[in-house]
Design a protein around this ligand. Structure first.
Ligand code: SF4
Length: 429
């Protein structure tokens, strides 16, 4: 794949000019946020943004409609959420959220801290593209499914498989070696990228890239490559920790947390992890406080019921945040959930026989705005007629940003209504 544009991932010091105003992305290595940091984020969202925090598919946080970027950077820096000005956009580290508390072979949260420090300690690594993703999987196979660029997955209490471009290399390292090997792999990717004319953003985009990086590591594969799964269940509800305490997995509708809910989370005074599934893991609770958290935060919108339809849905930003969007997909999707038109996976929805939109849509506009291919006409539906069962992703245009991996029904807005596309193989971007 050839890239003609430079990587433009936003950060706190380089905002993205979204259609609804400047957008800041705050990196949260390993997803861990301390209570005082949650309070800082709640205050910043209310004072300097649109009043909400957006959770991203890499366990990071976004603020929209940022009014004072320098005040935001100052506040985040004081809270330890912006420890490096040079490396802020390369700190994309996802770790198994339940690690060390519930299941898994090893606790990888310490590796996340060490990897972050290692990245920040190497000036050259500030040149990594902001799209590079590091994954630290404790053996349950959850974050390895994200197909990161460089990662490890525990195969025992002190043995990790090295993953490159989302696949096991067969190379095995100990816990004490894991961070150094990942940093070496990152340097290898950077060198390789430097010799490439087209400046790829991700390791899998370079033909022979994995083999070239492996050569730089000068280690021999020692294990049968692991078969990595495609998806993993999101932790939701009451989970007993191995030390007798309780973890709560909480879904967040469309990954949007209000400043007020964030303040309540801060008041729980326990570490909270942001998951790459745009949900939360609230840890180290005694049973009584855990019951109180559910009683208080469920009415505020957090989801502790694994059967909630909110857990089956996701959406891109849509309007007003994205100028390419044909409509406010999030509002339409929220109405669909509240109107019981998001059905369990086992249900077969009845397709409406009447609708107001035309079924003729001869062309699809691509992400670049060019019309380039004719597709078979599909039925187009008004928002209030869309009824879909199972996992579904709603998008404001054909680009389908934020679409989860795996089997997902696409609900795509067009100029004249929504197109529902259940052909996964044909529609996966
Ligand atoms: S899918 Fe389209 S409308 Fe949605 S955020 Fe991406 S570019 Fe914008």
């Amino acid at each position: 794949m050839t890239r003609s544009a430079p990587d433009s991932c936003p950060g706190v010091l380089r905002l993205h000019q979204a259609a609804d105003g400047p957008l800041a992305r705050i990196r949260v290595p390993g997803g861990r946020v301390e209570p005082a940091q949650l309070q800082t984020l709640a205050d910043a969202a209310r004072d300097l943004g649109n009043g909400n925090l957006e959770l991203t598919s890499r366990g990071n946080i976004q603020l929209r409609q940022v009014r004072d970027a320098s005040e935001l950077a100052q506040r985040l820096g004081a809270a330890g959420l912006l420890p490096s000005e040079t490396h802020e956009r390369v700190r994309n580290i996802v770790a198994s959220p339940l690690s060390g508390r519930v299941g898994g072979f090893a606790d990888v949260h310490g590796l996340a801290t060490d990897l972050d420090a290692g990245l920040r300690g190497d000036a050259q690594l500030s040149e990594l593209p902001g799209r590079v993703l590091f994954t630290l999987d404790d053996g349950r196979g959850d974050v390895s499914t994200l197909h990161g660029d460089i990662g490890v997955q525990a195969v025992g209490t002190d043995e990790f498989a090295l993953l490159l471009a989302g696949a096991d290399t067969g190379l095995r390292v100990s816990a004490s070696e894991a961070v150094d090997v990942m940093l070496d792999a990152a340097r290898g990717f950077l060198d390789l990228r430097g010799t490439s004319a087209s400046g790829q953003w991700r390791l899998h985009e370079i033909a022979g890239g994995v083999e070239s990086v492996l050569e730089t590591l000068d280690r021999s594969p020692a294990g049968e490559p692991l078969e990595l799964g495609a998806t993993h269940a999101v932790p939701i509800g009451w989970l007993d920790q191995e030390d007798g305490l309780v973890t709560l997995g909480a879904g967040v509708p469309l990954g949007t947390l209000s400043a007020r809910t964030t303040e309540f989370l801060a008041a729980v005074e326990r570490p909270v992890f942001i998951t790459p599934w745009r949900s939360l893991v609230i840890t180290d609770l005694d049973e009584g406080p855990a019951e109180t958290v559910v009683r208080v935060l469920a009415p505020m919108g957090l989801i502790f019921d694994a059967n909630s339809p909110w857990l089956q849905v996701s959406a891109c930003a849509g309007r007003p945040g994205c100028a390419k969007s044909h409509t406010d997909v999030r509002a339409d999707l929220a109405t669909a959930v509240e109107s019981d038109r998001v059905l369990p996976a086992s249900a077969e929805p009845e397709q409406p026989t009447e609708h107001t939109a035309t079924s003729a849509e001869p062309e699809i506009s691509t992400a670049t705005g060019t019309s380039e291919q004719r597709t078979p006409a599909k039925e187009l539906l008004p928002a209030e007629s869309v009824t879909v069962a199972g996992r579904q992703h709603w998008s404001g245009c054909d680009r389908r940003c934020g679409r989860p991996r795996g089997s997902v029904t696409d609900v795509v807005a067009t100029e004249r209504g929504y197109r529902v596309d259940t052909d996964d193989a044909a529609t996966t971007p």
